[in-house]
Design a binder for this molecule. Structure first.
Ligand SMILES: Nc1ncnc2c1ncn2[C@@H]1O[C@H](COP(=O)(O)OP(=O)(O)OP(=O)(O)O)[C@@H](O)[C@H]1O
Length: 574
């Protein structure tokens, strides 16, 4: 049975299917793609070669096609026979033209082959560069390369490689070439081909360790010699010359000058010694300032005497000095260093110092110095006039501490002390007082009581000490203190005049019972109330402050405890 031709619908259907099939994207492997590309390229090349071959043949045939025309012309000329010479000339011209054309062609061919050679070598160099160029340019180059390949057999091999590269570039992606960083010659710094650290010559050869500077002529230097050596030589030369020129007089003058300078230096070194290494008379104002700084002593209030460097320089009577030694006080404490010399001048003192700083001895020693200078209280009338000194303290305990301290000295110096404090029998105290005492240590309340009850008189009291005055005021003893002080005789009170700035005026009658009254007040703080009290009862006092003003003292520990206030709102828990 003969096969039936397909119907039109079937054909259309088939065609449609084929179109759809073609329209579908087809996956090609890498190798397939490369083979396809090569094939396509080969076809293109073959086409181009064919076209070029045809062009070449056409060119060659062109000369041949022209000849019959010339022959025709010759025939035409011959037919005339008249201008044979002209015809010959024309033929010559034609030949000449032909030759020229051949020459030109040869020249063109030669230059072309030269160009080809040049471009081939350029291509080889720039192949890598070309790979990184854009795809379009790559295509163009491919075409150019292909053209060249057609031109010579040797070129073909070269071009095949190039083409393969180009195809690979196009379909497999370009291989990125590493950028070579050229030497930047425009930079100022000279770029060595090696690193400076690689130079090891200095390690081995001493010659290179001190490299010679560039040295030129001029400025008194000679080229080729070490500059430093030249300078040294020059200096010694000029020194020798100056020395040789100096006269004997000049030499003597110089010697004297040097000696003077040496002496001056020695003196300065001598003066700059530490105050401990100096005698008392060698101490300068600067030394005293350093001394006070060393012991944290601040002073205020006119001309204040120099502090004590040691007990020996205090100028105590022998028995007092001996007592200090026996008690075992090797060195004065800072408050003692400054307060004792002021006390010995019969001057009023305000001492601001912390507890346990040796205040008792600071006011006791000047008192003892004065009392030991007085005749003994042997007669009853003297005993009835009362003590030479009263020491007031805010509490019994403090008064007892002071009594203990005073008794240490009193026993050694034969000075009687009685404490008048609350809690002890008033009669007993009265009895002791009537027997005669040099020093009364008391709390303000009980002392006032004793004074008011006539157990005690203060007729010959010229030394008043208010210890821990700030605490006394805090405890409300100010009226009592004032009343006690009213019992003191006013005859021996200093006047508030400039006259009493003078040391001699203050010391008037110091070794008698009629000396001027001296008031010494010790406090831990300087409150306005203290200043008011001081203004009332002290005359032009010297203020001695131990430690930095406004700073807590070193020996007082300050503890701050934070607590939460718990308020009772009537909701007690049981
Ligand atoms: N120069 C000194 N050398 C050695 N010890 C001293 C010296 N001066 C005082 N003391 C001793 O220091 C202690 C404290 O001295 P003192 O009682 O005089 O201090 P204070 O400042 O008066 O203290 P408070 O305010 O508590 O009375 C005492 O035991 C005393 O013997």
């Amino acid at each position: 049975m003969a096969a039936e031709p397909p119907s039109l619908e079937e054909l259309l259907e088939k065609k449609k299917q084929e179109e759809n099939e073609l329209a579908k994207p087809k996956f090609l492997s890498k190798a397939e793609r490369a083979a396809l590309a090569l094939k396509r390229r080969e076809e293109e090349v073959a086409k181009m070669r064919e076209a070029q071959k045809q062009a070449e043949e056409a060119r060659k045939n062109w000369g041949r096609e022209e000849k019959p025309v010339d022959d025709r012309r010759d025939r035409d000329h011959g037919r005339g026979g008249v201008d044979r010479a002209d015809r010959d000339r024309a033929t010559d011209r034609d030949r000449e033209r032909e030759r020229d054309r051949d020459r030109r062609r040869d020249r063109r061919d030669r230059s072309r082959s030269r160009d080809r050679r040049r471009s081939r070598s350029r291509d080889r160099d720039g192949r890598r560069r070309d790979r990184s160029r854009s795809r379009d340019r790559g295509d163009r180059r491919d075409r150019r390369d292909d053209r060249k390949r057609n031109e010579g057999e040797s070129d073909v091999e070269d071009d095949t490689g190039k083409m393969a590269d180009a195809v690979k570039d196009r379909y497999l992606g370009k291989q990125k070439e590493k950028k070579k960083r050229g030497r930047r010659l425009h930079e100022k710094k000279f770029v060595f081909d090696w690193d400076a650290g690689e130079d090891t010559s200095q390690d081995y050869n001493k010659l290179y360790q001190s490299r010679h500077e560039i040295q030129f002529y001029g400025r008194g230097s000679v080229a080729g010699m070490d500059v430093n050596t030249q300078k040294k030589e020059k200096n010694s030369f000029y020194q020798e010359m100056m020395e040789a020129r100096r006269t004997a007089g000049e030499k003597e003058q110089e010697k004297n000058r040097l000696e003077k300078e040496m002496k001056k230096e020695k003196k300065v070194a001598h003066d700059d010694r530490h105050w401990r290494m100096k005698q008392l008379h060698e101490m300068t104002d600067r030394d005293w300032r350093i001394f006070r700084e060393d012991f944290n002593i601040s002073i205020k209030g006119g001309k204040v005497p120099r502090p004590l460097r040691n007990w020996e320089e205090a100028g105590f009577p022998q028995e007092v000095y001996q007592a200090v030694r026996e008690i075992g006080y090797l060195e004065p404490t800072p408050i003692q260093r400054q307060a004792i010399p002021i006390g010995l001048q019969n001057r009023d003192v305000i001492g601001v110092a912390e507890t346990g700083s040796g205040k008792t001895a600071a006011f006791l020693l000047p008192l003892l110095v004065w009392i030991t200078s007085l005749p003994k209280m042997e007669r009853q009338e003297h005993r009835d006039n009362g003590p030479y000194a009263i020491i007031m303290a805010p509490t019994r305990e403090l008064a007892q501490q002071i009594e203990e301290e005073t008794n240490k000295f009193g026993k050694l110096l034969g000075i009687k002390t009685v404490s008048v404090i609350g809690g002890a029998s008033r009669e007993e105290q009265g009895m002791k007082l009537r027997m005669g005492v040099e020093v009364v240590i008391a709390t303000p309340g009980r002392l006032l009581d004793v004074l008011e009850n006539r157990y005690l008189l203060l007729n010959q009291c010229s030394y008043v000490i208010l210890d821990e005055a700030d605490r006394m005021l805090d405890m409300g003893f100010e009226p009592d203190v004032q009343k006690v002080l009213e019992y003191l005789p006013s005859s021996n009170q200093k006047k508030d005049t400039d006259e009493f700035d003078d040391e001699a005026a203050l010391m008037k009658g110091f070794e008698t019972r009629e000396k001027y009254r001296q008031t010494v007040m010790f406090t831990a703080t300087m409150s306005p109330a203290i200043e008011r009290l001081a203004r009332q009862y002290l005359r032009r006092p010297a203020v001695v402050h131990i430690g930095s003003v406004g700073k807590p003292t070193e020996r007082v520990e300050q503890v701050c405890i934070f607590s939460i206030e718990v308020r009772d709102h009537g909701m007690k828990t049981r």
